[in-house]
Design a protein around this ligand. Structure first.
Ligand SMILES: Cc1cc2nc3c(=O)[nH]c(=O)nc-3n(C[C@H](O)[C@H](O)[C@H](O)COP(=O)(O)O)c2cc1C
Length: 174
């Protein structure tokens, strides 16, 4: 199957989306972020428990503080909006399945942002300081940081990436 000339808008977005780490200075319309978060909230979850929670950060001082918690500080400080995504452990019923659900939510968020013309990157490296993120945002301990998504208008397009051939990934087929 070729990725060229794909008719399905979902497949097109999946193949086109790239991790964007450079942003224009322009602010991001709050309604666009809310639309993307609404789409993300339609991700599947076990028992439909929807264990994801989102924070929205535009305040430069807060971005600076979060930036100090990761080697990707430049990305966090330059992105107009940061969206930390949490697992609410009080909504959790099965840790593995709930982490999978939040992962699904994160990918849906990235795809929705891409389809709205925005760029984003999933920052996981900051998880080494997940407790400090809670302290800075003054959020309760039941929330467990799963990722910070940095969002903005992409400063460039047509970035390349690569994936292993599908034949290497299918390990049983009969
Ligand atoms: C769990 C996870 C953690 C990630 N953490 C980071 C990160 O800390 N910093 C970063 O720049 N990119 C991070 N990424 C983005 C990956 O580097 C990126 O998805 C991968 O290189 C493939 O590139 P593409 O998304 O442009 O196709 C993360 C992605 C995932 C799924």
């Amino acid at each position: 199957m070729s990725e060229q000339g794909i008719e399905s808008p979902v497949l097109k977005a999946i193949f086109e989306r790239r991790s964007i780490r450079h942003f224009e200075d322009a602010t991001v319309d709050r309604d666009l972020i809310l639309q993307a978060l609404k789409a993300a909230s339609w991700a599947p979850s076990g028992l439909n428990n929807q264990p994801w929670r989102f924070a929205l950060i535009r305040d430069p001082e807060v971005k600076e503080k979060l930036g100090a918690l990761t080697r990707y500080s430049t990305i966090l400080k330059s992105a107009p909006v940061l969206v930390p995504v949490f697992l609410d452990n009080e909504a959790s019923y099965d840790r593995t399945k709930d982490c999978q659900a939040v992962g699904s939510c994160l990918q849906t968020l990235l795809l929705a942002l891409h389809s709205l013309g925005l760029g984003a990157v999933w920052i996981g490296e900051i998880l080494k300081n997940k407790e400090k993120v809670l302290e800075i945002l003054k959020l309760p301990e039941r929330l467990e940081l799963m990722a910070v998504v940095a969002v903005g208008h992409p400063a460039h397009k047509n970035q390349t990436s690569h994936r292993k051939p599908i034949e290497e990934l299918i390990i049983f087929d009969k």
